[in-house]
Design a protein around this ligand. Structure first.
Ligand code: AMP
Length: 190
C-alpha cells in the first residue's frame, strides 16, 4: 500500500499515519520529522532547513525533493509507505510523479483529513504546550496555515481528478477516524 496523507496542520495527520502504518505494516515517511531530526543532529540539511521551518515557510523544493527521493529508494520502504507532509506544492507533485514513475510504484490513494480552522488552531495550541515545537507559536502557526491554503490545498483537486482522493472528516475520536479511513481504503481495493 502506498499512500499520501494530506490536510492542514493540526488535523491529526501524524497520529493517523502512525495508526495506518501499524494496520497495513507500511513505513511512515514524514518530511517534517526528517527535517526536525536533521536540525537536532546538526546536519548540513538541518542547517539549511532551519530558517525556513522557524518562519513557517516551505523548505526549498530542491532540498525537500532530494530528501524524499533518497528515502523512497531505501530498502525498508519496499513493502509500502505513507507520505505525510509531502507533497506540499505543485512542483513537489510533479517531482513525486517522476520519482514514482521511475520506481514503478504508483500511488494507491490520497487520504485528505478535513477540519474547521478553529479546531485546528485549538489543537495546535495544545500541541505547542505538550511538544514544545519551535514552530508551534501563534505567528508561525498562522503562516503555516496560510501556506497550506495557498499552495497545498489546491493539490487535493489534482488528486481528485486522478480518482485517488479519499476525503475524511478529521473531527471525532482518534479510533473512529482510523476506522473510517481503513473502511474507505479497503472498499477501494475490493
Ligand atoms: P510538518 O511537521 O509537516 O508540519 O513540517 C514542519 C515544517 O517542515 C514545515 O512548516 C516546513 O517548513 C517544513 N516541511 C515539511 N515538509 C515539507 C515539504 N514537503 N516541503 C517544504 N517544507 C516542508
Amino acid at each position: 500500500m502506498r499512500l499520501l496523507i494530506m490536510g492542514p496542520q493540526g488535523v491529526g495527520k501524524g497520529t493517523q499515519a502512525e495508526r495506518l502504518c501499524a494496520h497495513y505494516s507500511i513505513t511512515h515517511i514524514a518530511t517534517g520529522d526528517i527535517f526536525r531530526a536533521n536540525i537536532k543532529g546538526g546536519t548540513q540539511l538541518g542547517k539549511q532547513a532551519q530558517a525556513y521551518i522557524n518562519k513557517g515557510q516551505l523548505v526549498p523544493d530542491e532540498l525537500t525533493n532530494k530528501l524524499v527521493e533518497d528515502r523512497l529508494g531505501q530498502k525498508d520502504v519496499e513493502d509500502g509507505w505513507i507520505l505525510d507532509g509531502y507533497p506540499r506544492n505543485a512542483g513537489q507533485v510533479a517531482a513525486l510523479d517522476e520519482m514514482l514513475g521511475r520506481l514503478g510504484t504508483p500511488l494507491d490513494a490520497v487520504v485528505a483529513l478535513e477540519a474547521d480552522r478553529d479546531i485546528l488552531l485549538e489543537r495546535m495550541a495544545k500541541r505547542a504546550q505538550i511538544e514544545g515545537r519551535s514552530d508551534d507559536n501563534p505567528e508561525t502557526i498562522k503562516a503555516r496555515l496560510a501556506v497550506y491554503e495557498k499552495e497545498t490545498k489546491p493539490l487535493l483537486d489534482t488528486y481528485e481528478k486522478r480518482g485517488l482522493l479519499v476525503r475524511i472528516n478529521g473531527v471525532g475520536s482518534i479510533e473512529s477516524i482510523t476506522d473510517d479511513i481503513i473502511a474507505r481504503l479497503d472498499a477501494r481495493t475490493k
